[in-house]
Write a new protein. Sequence first.
Length: 178
Amino acid sequence: MRRREFSLGLGTALLAVPVAGPALAEIGSAFVQGSLSALRIRFEDGETDTVQAVEMTDTVRAVGLRWTQHLPTYFEDRVDLSDSVASGLLRTPFARRWADARPVGGVEKIGDRLVLRVDDLSGFAGRRIVVGAGDYSWDLPGPSVAMTPGGGSGRPVGALRLGTDDRILIRLRATPSF
């Protein structure tokens, strides 16, 4: 058993509480990991919008999803215990997942949807999607499914990577607007 690693990880987590306290105070102490909220974003140009769809396309085919419900939301500015004994019990922070992921494309915003541009769509259907913005992330409901490409072009708002856990990771240049 790796008790020293566990003790070190637990001690680090307990010591991080006073540090994270001020950051959590900004949104109120009522925030709970996995609580439901809209994917409402304030982009770099000052526009605030609620994203309700994701479409991944290679211009010929598309996969994605549309939702109307609130999504599980996670505060990501926290201690990374991914390499500790407790790693199987805790969610890996988005920043760590992003750093370990492979770049696959860019993200544009068209209306209320994010359009993910890739060179080849093969193998992306059925994957789960996570969107990160600022210190938060949202898990999208269900796996991506085949859909008709929406067409058009929008303004670039982020980047796209494929995580080591086969999830599609979207990182937006934006901040949440709760």
